[in-house]
Design a protein. Structure first.
Length: 394
């Protein structure tokens, strides 16, 4: 096996997973660590288009009779296919919470259900609460992660929430668990939970943080997966909102997936501190990550949930070298200097080209929010929809 190049340039112990039947996709190219070229203190962009994604037919009900809700929390674009994932189940045996949409230069203003292809391979259906997806820098592979926000060391009842998947791009039938484990017939990536927990140990939690929530995932050059942490603390009722990024070395080659043991926190700041530093009113927390292969930088979304059902968020950029040196992310601003503020709750960002990103929103059960580009006349968000914005940099 050829040498593994790591972001942190340290030796690791590797875990190997073999994929039976994989037809040898192209191996990764290893470009090594890179950084963001000199840029303006604050990047400038504007929302140039908005639209709605109808994840399933309007009025669809869950098994208990309650309305199903579309809450897209992960997205990844490769070529002319956009892969999306909702963090809520999508009812129906022929459907799943992971689905694909054609992307021919752009999305239509309204993506209707007949344009959707649901991904029903068992690992996608068995996993619960997807929160992040990414594409490797060479475009050959995808990873997807659930929230890892529920784990019981004595029982497998929450193991479906602890899942990391990978597959050759465009070949979802070859999807497989990373760091697989099985308890009482429940397959998961529970070992990844343990790695991420241990990396976040502190004086308060010397054995590792007992509760955290993953909401971002990015594969970067140097063979590292970056996990974005939104919440961390004692339990799901006692936590702090955070913007924390954890690096895990990896390699994907042919039919093997490998995770390293050198897991480290690369960036860590409280949500309130990030807001104060950028001069924004709301306390924010991380909600998505993605690597910009065109600009050697990282895109980061933060979001907030305020009183009265008000939601929203912001877009940030940071160079990889700046990330490792402790520099703060740069808030994306409009041409008039004001923050580029989303009126929906942004939870997924994916790269379209060197100047454009697609941001998809998860408004939870909040309805009635119009699109950003046509707030006066545009349709209002309904439960079967997630809205999106196209952001173009200047």
């Amino acid at each position: 096996m050829r040498r593994l190049f790591l972001v942190l340039a340290v030796p690791v112990v590797l875990l190997v997973l073999y994929l039976p039947g994989c037809a040898n996709p192209q191996p990764l190219s290893h470009t090594g660590p890179v950084g963001l070229p000199p840029a303006a203190e604050e990047p400038v962009a504007r929302i140039v288009a908005s639209g709605a994604i109808d994840c399933f037919p309007k009025g669809l009900k869950t098994e208990d009779g309650s309305p199903a809700t579309c809450e897209v929390s992960a997205a990844v674009l490769r070529g002319d296919v956009l892969v999306l994932a909702s963090d809520k189940p999508v009812p129906g045996g022929h459907r799943s919470s992971v689905f694909k949409v054609p992307f021919v230069g752009a999305l239509p203003r309204q993506v209707t259900p007949e344009k959707i292809s649901y991904v029903t391979a068992k690992p996608f259906v068995s996993a619960a609460k997807f929160e992040g997806m990414t594409v490797t820098p060479d475009g050959e592979y995808h990873f997807a992660t659930t929230g890892f926000d529920r784990f019981d060391p004595g029982s497998p009842k929450f193991d479906a929430y602890d899942t990391l998947l990978f597959w050759p791009a465009g070949r979802e039938a070859l999807v497989s668990l990373v760091t697989p484990s099985s308890r009482d017939g429940v397959e998961s990536s529970a070992g990844v939970w343990q790695k991420l927990s241990a990396a976040q140990k502190s004086d308060e939690f010397p054995a590792g943080v007992p509760y955290f929530k993953v909401e971002g995932l990015a594969a970067i050059p140097g063979d590292a997966l970056l996990f974005g942490i939104r919440e961390a603390g004692k339990d799901y009722k006692n936590f702090a909102y955070t913007v924390r990024i954890i690096s895990v070395p990896y390699m994907v080659r042919d039919c093997h997936a490998i995770l390293g043991d050198e897991v480290k926190v690369l960036f860590d700041v409280a949500g309130r501190a990030l807001s104060d530093g950028a001069g924004i009113a709301e306390t924010v927390a991380l909600s998505s990550l993605e690597y910009d292969r065109f600009g050697t930088r990282l895109y980061m979304l933060t979001s907030f949930e305020a009183e009265g059902g008000r939601v929203g968020g912001y877009l940030w950029v940071i160079g990889l070298r700046d990330l490792r040196s402790g520099e703060m992310p740069r808030l994306v601003r409009r041409p008039d200097g004001k923050p580029l503020k989303f009126t929906h709750k942004p939870e997924a960002v994916t790269v379209v080209d060197g100047a454009t990103v697609l941001v998809v929103h998860d408004d939870d059960r909040v309805t009635g929010i119009p699109p950003a580009t046509d707030p006066e006349k545009g349709p209002k968000r309904e439960l079967h929809q997630s809205f999106y914005d196209v952001v173009r940099f200047e």
